[in-house]
Design a protein around this ligand. Structure first.
Ligand SMILES: Nc1ncnc2c1ncn2[C@@H]1O[C@H](COP(=O)(O)OP(=O)(O)OP(=O)(O)O)[C@@H](O)[C@H]1O
Ligand SMILES: [Mg+2]
Length: 366
């Protein structure tokens, strides 16, 4: 179970190269026991490579991976206390559900008694809510059910770490949401460490308790979902984890005044202070209030709606502000009655509190 003092997985200065390609560079990472870690980043950033080094399917070129305090250099995959659900999960099509889940247990030496195998398989299938499906053939199962068979197969021998490489990528949106909740519940029930690879920021934020944002083989930020969303370490994280409006600005010599393209000025707080020169102000779409009359917000800009995207419970507006550029604004339906729905072409006012914005030096921009 979770224990704050011990790390289940640790990367110490890990670099992995394939010939001339460096897949990951100088990764340092501690994953506490029982944590749910998400490796999040765009395609090719090195997520699978990190997972495969934990699983023992790849060895670091430099540095060390430790599991439960033990150095894993040279320890083969089958000797590690981990199981992996691969990016393209492979079930045996000619076996039924039960046979697929039991396969690994049947290979174990010394042999496990048949009764014990049945008991454990039944338990694993219950865990993934497939209790009644033991005799079904794989091709008679839906994609989501097959996904759960792959999960049952990975948890049946009670690994201390479960590695999941984009396990929900093949599912439709509704099933994916349902499985996200089930995976979270499963992780709590089992009390083991989960490492999930995903390029879907919503999935990472909603499921994990630690998010590791990666780009180009490096860690950009490691923190709780709330930390990476509310306090992004750099512009890459701000852009990748959620939507962000970027406004070009110049930080004046005092280090406190941000001059915007329309000549207006914003006062930067100490936290927002960057070195004088080109800067970028990043504002979340939901941090901006869209009104039809000038609002009493700290900062207010007049613009014109160019597009409206209806999303059901909310609407997104694209608004052009002279001198500043295009903004994306999210408006919750609850905050706007029907008569307030704004049409493209209309003049609106964008209000926000600059204290909620993030300021980055343009030279740090990704
Ligand atoms: N066996 C290999 N030989 C050579 N290069 C490789 C190999 N495996 C991965 N790479 C390279 O290493 C980098 C990281 O790959 P990796 O598979 O870890 O990315 P990823 O973050 O999992 O991407 P995706 O989201 O597309 O699955 C990529 O540039 C990739 O081309
Ligand atoms: Mg991958």
């Amino acid at each position: 179970m979770a224990s704050a003092s011990t790390n289940d997985i640790e990367f110490r200065s890990v670099t992995k190269s394939y010939g001339f390609v460096t897949a990951v560079t100088d990764i340092n990472l501690n994953v506490p026991k029982g944590a749910f870690l998400a490796l999040l980043g765009p395609s090719g950033c090195g997520k699978t490579t990190c997972l495969r080094m934990i699983g023992g399917f790849e060895q670091p070129s430099e540095g060390t991976v430790l599991i439960d305090g033990r150095e894993m250099n040279g320890v083969p995959a089958y000797r590690r206390p981990v199981n992996m659900v691969f990016q393209h999960y492979a079930l045996f099509p000619h076996f039924n559900v039960e046979q697929n889940v039991a396969y690994g247990l049947r290979q174990m030496r010394p042999r496990i008694a048949a009764g014990e195998i049945n008991r454990r398989v039944g338990e694993a299938l219950e865990m993934v809510r497939l209790g009644g499906f033991a005799k079904r053939r794989i091709h008679e199962m839906s994609g989501g059910q097959q996904q759960r068979v792959a999960l049952a197969r990975a948890i049946v021998n009670r690994p201390s770490v479960l590695l999941l490489d984009e396990p929900l990528a093949a599912l439709d949106k509704k099933l994916r949401s349902a499985m996200q909740i089930e995976l979270q519940t499963l992780q709590r029930e089992l009390g083991i460490t989960f490492v999930l690879v995903t390029h879907d920021q919503e999935e990472a934020l909603s499921m994990a308790d630690i998010v590791c944002v990666m780009s180009a083989g490096r860690i950009r930020q490691l923190g709780s979902p709330q930390e990476v969303y509310d306090r992004p370490a750099d512009l890459f994280v701000a852009d990748f984890v959620g939507k962000t409006n970027r406004v070009d600005a110049t930080m004046e010599a005092d280090g406190r005044t941000l001059r915007l393209g329309d000549g207006s000025a914003l006062a930067a707080s100490a936290r927002q202070s960057v070195s004088p020169g080109q800067a970028i102000v990043a504002i979340r779409p939901e941090a901006i209030r869209l009104t039809r009359t000038p609002a009493a917000d700290v900062a207010s800009f007049q613009g014109t709606v160019t597009h409206r995207i209806f999303l059901g419970s909310s609407a997104e507006y694209a608004v052009t502000v002279p001198g500043l550029g295009d903004f994306l604004v999210t408006a919750d339906r609850r905050d706007m009655n029907a008569s307030e729905l704004v049409e493209p072409g209309q003049t609106v006012f964008l209000g926000f509190n600059p204290a909620g914005a993030h300021v980055f030096s343009a030279s740090s921009a990704a």
